[in-house]
Design a protein around this ligand. Sequence first.
Ligand code: PBG
Length: 329
Amino acid sequence: MFPIRRNRRLRTNEAIRSLVRETIISPNDFLVPLFVVEGNGIKEEIASMPNYYRYSLDLLKEEVKTLWSLGLKSVLLFVKVDDALKDNKGIEALNPDGLMQRAIKTVKDVCPDMLVMTDVALDPFSSYGHDGIVEGGKIINDATVEVLAEMSISHAEAGADFVAPSDMMDGRILGIREGLDQSNFLDVGIMSYSAKYASAFYGPFRDALDSAPVDMVNVPKDKKTYQMDFANRDEAIRETEMDINEGADIVMVKPGLSYLDIVRDIRNSFEIPIAVYQVSGEYAMLKAAAEKGWLDHDAVMLEQITSIKRAGADIIASYFAKDVVKLIS
Ligand code: PBG
């Protein structure tokens, strides 16, 4: 009781503050998203994501080596697919020589110990820009799950360590687990985007991959029939519990900052590694404010990343990973 207890004693100087600090950020916390394109010598900046790039496979090698040298040991791969290869069923996603499959091999070639996770969803391959097959104005669940399982097997064959289904179809974790096991990929893990919300924060990502839902009759304009309603909290627990029961090794909350209540709920409810995806719109917001001189980029970045970990994240997927690691090293 005051004045016996004066809490400010533990804040007197940096030495005591660092001694009692509860949350420490390290390179081990990060999963680095990487965008891959066809071609050679390509490192193109994404307009709405300053200082973030799409790489062709040759330059991806350099980037992966840089990440490894910074102590960043896990990547999450996304591909930008040529329009000509897109269809309603994601046929190209199963091509053993497709861009994703070659990207996986490329990373493993230059850095065999790098943990490779792959995004599993139809949207980059979909002529409609949806995460599933579109029929009669709807996203068809079960047929999509079959494709996602095949896609996961294909990524495992190419050498992926983990698949990360980001589609929010019902039952996909079980479908993928069974598919992997039947193909004898018993050690390939699943990081499930368990509580993925229908969020307007994904805008810059859809620019990066040219994967936004198309404006056509009989094609839903948004992803609200599969991604979660951002007004819901209890539903995140139900979704996560089902994914755990279906065999998810890691669960995820996405986006990050606006959803830290969900992260803490899940932390308090389950004993399983939790990933949080600080998404493209969160990255873009800080970059824009810093460009205007309205926010201190590095200070806000570190505060945000620390908040995500403090809320309960074990793993943070972030476009800031490299910047943070350089800052704290
Ligand atoms: C695709 C996918 C999306 C993101 C990751 N995987 C976009 C979407 O669901 O529309 C968003 C990532 C980001 O915004 O950084 N299934």
